[in-house]
Design a protein around this ligand. Structure first.
Ligand SMILES: [Fe+2]
Length: 314
């Protein structure tokens, strides 16, 4: 086996206070020690986002993935143009620290699996020829609903200067599977057993960087309500409510204080056994969404790369 799921991402940021406000507004719980902030989903015993304050600008420090067979992975890193490196100063020297072919730092550890999430009520809708609800409303008044509460970090999308090379590395060296892609511009990779459609994804850019972290919520309504509420509080860009073609998930993205994105999602495709999955190479028309509002002009802009021309639309 190999990579089993996403654990967390660590960002360097100018100051942690705005990040703590953004992510706690998003529904994560925070702890702050000195210039380090840790954000986690309520009910989980581990962090999903770590912010390191005091840097000149936002930059991806590393992503952390849950894995097994670390010795097997270590033996494959160099032949696929990666590097095994020492733990960065201040971080535990456990598991395996590596750099991918583009210098992106990845921490692999044999962290225990998260507990199974409790199943809620089925999300069903009245449809032609199939009435599942009569003599009652589906919706309560908006104020009746609690704030969105992320259940778990599902996936991390990062920028890559060479998407096929990044895919080769995570599939051949880290034992992931290519779930789907759109040409050589964007690619989505999963674990090979019992995985969300994607755990790590790559979007083409002149350099590496963090694009978005995506958190699962209970259902599409919570995606929509949570996205709208967080957008109002954060005061920057948003994209959604919409539905992806690749992965099928409903989404709402809200821009974080540094120009990257936070995603609420619901109803993502599941791959129980990668050997029974066939990847599709989609046209660019389906690379971003099946349906959604207009894409923000800087949705795929990598603010971690200096002197990059702004992209109009993906
Ligand atoms: Fe996403």
């Amino acid at each position: 086996m190999a990579v089993l799921g996403a654990l967390s991402l660590t960002l360097e940021v100018p100051e942690i206070e705005t990040g703590v406000k953004f992510y706690t507004d998003a529904g994560l719980a925070s702890t702050v020690e000195g210039n380090v902030a840790r954000l986690r989903c309520e009910g989980q015993d581990r962090d999903s986002i770590v912010l390191l304050g005091g840097y000149s600008k936002k930059r991806l420090h590393h992503i952390s993935l849950r894995a097994d067979d670390l010795d097997g992975i270590a033996a494959r890193i160099c032949e696929h143009d990666g590097k095994i490196v020492n733990a960065p100063e201040g971080f535990e020297d456990n598991g395996l620290w590596i750099e991918d072919p583009h210098g992106m730092l990845i921490h692999l550890s044999e962290h225990a699996a998260d507990p199974e999430l409790m199943a809620g009520n089925p999300y069903e809708i009245n449809a032609p020829g199939r009435v599942v609800r009569s003599r009652r409303s589906a919706m309560l008044p908006g104020a009746s609903y609690p704030a969105a509460r992320p259940l778990r970090l599902g996936h991390i999308l990062v920028f890559s200067p060479d998407v096929p090379k990044s895919v080769e590395f995570v599939t051949e060296a880290l034992g992931m599977g290519l779930a789907d892609r759109a040409q050589d511009i964007i690619a989505f990779c999963c674990a090979r057993k019992d995985s969300d459609h994607h755990v790590v994804a790559f979007a083409k850019s002149p350099g590496v960087g963090f694009h978005h972290a995506s958190f699962q919520v209970h259902d599409p309504d919570e995606v929509g309500r949570g996205g709208r509420a967080l957008h109002a509080k954060a005061g920057k860009g948003d994209w959604g409510f919409g539905r992806h073609t690749i992965g099928s998930n409903f989404f709402h993205y809200i821009q974080d204080p540094w120009g990257s994105w936070f995603e609420y999602y619901s109803d993502m495709d599941h791959i129980d056994d990668y050997s029974l999955w066939t990847p599709t190479n989609y046209d660019m028309a389906d690379s971003l969404a099946n349906w959604a509002p207009e894409v923000p002009h800087d949705f795929v802009h990598n603010y971690e790369v200096d002197s990059q021309p702004a992209r109009e639309h993906a």
